[in-house]
Design a protein around this ligand. Structure first.
Ligand SMILES: Cc1ncc(COP(=O)(O)O)c(C=O)c1O
Ligand SMILES: N[C@@H](CCCC[NH3+])C(=O)O
Length: 420
């Protein structure tokens, strides 16, 4: 039956495996729902990026927002990757697993004073500054701390990444970055600020990018500015082109590889002689993960069938907020098919994983695997409806490890109970 969706979740004798772990057997031991990740999938992707960029000095800063489970971060750390962070919490996690500060870059339009102080004290590689006011505040805080903060300006190149509007970040109308037309002036002010080291330039145009040609436009505009800065005597150390590479969600998707990205951007970046930073998130972790959930009930209305599962939008919110497609397969291969809405137990019509989907005919107790769920799955999970979050499992060959334990009700309500 059907081709395997990827190399890491494959059917063997009609049963779905993650690497060499039988998912059905695992579920009967640990319960559902759970996220399951293939360590090999993560390492293969790391190696693909390393190989693609090996001929040019490149620092790969993994974007923690995609998945910040500590055991997953540890894999990136062990392979020498840096971190792209967007909060004090992500800085804490990156440092917790031992990612060195001089490999950490920090973007985000709303860094608080507390977060800025923390990052300055950690001596991070660069703040990717997103407004004139932020620049002034970082300079002031650094002065108070008697330190110099490393900064890059995040420019907004006004390039359409041709992706979902909610995850397009490099268009003029979006909140991100400083307009490319104003950036030269901002740099001129930055180099005069006593407590800043101006070290780089940053740009990130969006996520789930399937057409690498959009990077060409963004990087050309960025490099053009690098040369203008040079003329003004402003010399940088690196150019950071962000993340954004797309992944396979639909079976027919053919996403670009790290090699496609490297072939597109390196010829342009090379002209500057600057070091390169890239910030992939999704493309390093998405396909490594699946969300495993159990069918609680099936329900047949006139001309409409529902499969109601024990995970919901609180575990994986992408279908609800972007109408995102995740491919869904049965953990046990089924000959007979059905068309149904796969929905969660949450009190929202938007609580679905797939609508009008053809899947194997399932019954109460059967398991489903929601694929390409390694990125922006667990990291966006919540306790909505006071639901414990899905636990997380890391598979390595025929071994598995629980890398996030199941919450119980008292854990979820602890901080409220303490003040009751
Ligand atoms: C500044 C920045 N860098 C990197 C990323 C990672 O993007 P992706 O997960 O699409 O690779 C994001 C998220 O889009 C981001 O906002
Ligand atoms: N959360 C988004 C991606 C956001 C990208 C962050 N800048 C997703 O699930 O696709």
């Amino acid at each position: 039956m059907g081709d395997n969706f990827n190399d890491y979740f494959v059917y063997k004798d009609g049963k779905l495996y993650c690497e060499d772990v039988n998912i059905q057997n695992l579920a009967s031991k640990i319960g559902t729902p759970f996220y399951i990740y293939s360590k090999k999938a993560i390492i293969d992707k790391i190696n693909e990026y390393k190989e693609a960029f090996k001929d040019y000095p490149t620092l790969i800063c993994y974007a923690l927002k995609a998945n910040s489970n500590l055991s997953i971060l540890k894999i990136f750390e062990e392979h020498g990757l840096g971190a792209d962070i967007v909060s004090g919490g992500e800085l804490y996690k990156a440092r917790k697993v031992g990612i060195p500060s001089n490999k950490i870059v920090y973007a985000g339009v709303g860094k608080t004073d507390v977060e800025i102080i923390y990052a300055i004290n950690e001596n991070i590689l660069s703040f990717n500054v997103e407004s004139q006011m932020e620049l002034e505040v970082i300079n002031e805080i650094a002065k108070r701390q008697n330190k110099k903060a490393n900064i890059s300006i995040r420019i907004n190149p006004d390039v359409d990444p041709k992706t979902h509007p909610y995850i397009s970040t490099g268009l003029k109308k979006s909140k991100f970055g400083i307009d490319i037309g104003q950036a030269l002036d901002v740099y001129k002010q930055a180099v005069k600020m006593e407590n800043l080291n101006v070290v780089g330039i940053h740009c990130h145009i969006g996520s789930q990018i399937m057409d690498v040609s959009v990077y060409k436009e963004a990087v050309e505009k960025t490099v053009d500015l690098v040369f203008k800065l040079k003329k003004e005597g402003i010399e940088l150390q690196f150019i950071d082109i962000g993340g954004g590479l797309g992944v396979k969600y639909y079976p027919e998707d053919n996403p670009p590889t790290a090699f496609d990205l490297a072939n597109t951007v390196l010829p342009i970046v090379k002209q500057t002689g600057l070091k390169l930073i890239i910030e992939p998130g999704r493309s390093l972790i998405a396909q490594a993960g699946a969300l495993i959930t159990k069918v609680i009930f099936t329900k047949d209305k006139k001309d409409k069938h529902f499969v109601i599962v024990d995970s919901g939008m609180n575990d994986l919110i992408r279908p609800s907020i972007y109408n995102a497609y995740h491919h869904i397969i049965t953990v046990e291969e089924k000959q007979e098919k059905m068309v149904a809405d796969i929905v969660g137990p949450i009190c929202e019509t938007g609580d679905f994983f797939g609508l009008d989907r053809e899947i194997g005919k399932v019954n109460r107790g059967d398991l489903l695997a929601i694929l390409t769920a390694g990125a922006y799955g667990s990291s966006m999970a919540s306790n909505y409806n006071v639901r414990p979050k899905a636990i997380e499992i890391l598979v390595d060959g025929d071994k598995f490890k629980i890398i996030k334990e199941r919450e119980d009700y008292s854990f979820i309500t602890k901080l409220e109970e303490e003040v009751l």
